[in-house]
Design a protein around this ligand. Sequence first.
Ligand code: SAM
Length: 264
Amino acid sequence: MSIPSLPPPNKRLGQNFLIDPNIVRKIVALAELSSNGHVLEIGPGRGILTEALSRAAGHVTAIEVDPRLHAYLNTKQAELPNVELVCDDALAYPVENLPMGTVVVANLPYYISTPLLFRLLDQRGRFPRMVLMLQDEVADRLVAQPGGSDYGVLSVMAQYAADITKAFRVSAQCFRPRPDVASAVVRLGMKDRTRLSAKEEVTLRALVKAAFAHRRKTLVNSLRDEGYELHPVIETLKRLDIAPTRRAETLSVEEFLQLALALD
Ligand code: SAM
């Protein structure tokens, strides 16, 4: 059998490969892995992080969409004895079948980092921690506080589910090819208990989406434009002591929770 050579990077698939072993070490340290634990890696690429994860954890599931890289990694299986290499789109892969307690560690493909984040957060009962490399701009949105333009649906939904820290920025020089955007590593520690039932969470998500759908408008007008009945919304806001003239970006996560509970 001929050994596939290292395929050239495909920009469309967000292939900016880490080349700095020090960054790999810092990512793995943040993940606090145990020698019998399970890890999910999305986008193993050429395997620099996968090899370190393989040494630090008991089992790694590594999902790579590019069949060329999957074939390349298969030739390195001897160095990755406890890694299950899966060739699939991470957005379609049934992460709900992974063992409870799986830690997610990944240098994400940036072009789908937001839908991937929502998908992982949906299954957060399974994932106690995630250590993720993202665009710096997405990292800022994850940790954003009310009042600024970074604060939006992702901030509210992620902070509702997890305690999030932006751990460190990563220079473009640490990748080949170099990405056009700045990068950062974030750690999400899932909250043991969230306050809403599954049904109330659906209400929260719809509410937050509708509230931010028209960022420049007041909360009430944005919700009205998204099909909410004006009267009950205004009454509820009054009861919660939230001025109807406020805009969505000024509401704290707690205020969104109170509003979702009241409107459910
Ligand atoms: N982990 C490697 C590293 O740190 O060098 C590669 C990271 S690179 C930023 C992102 C990787 O995700 C690429 O290998 C790319 O092919 C893969 N990828 C892109 N889209 C994907 C998808 N939908 N599902 C799974 N992997 C994907």
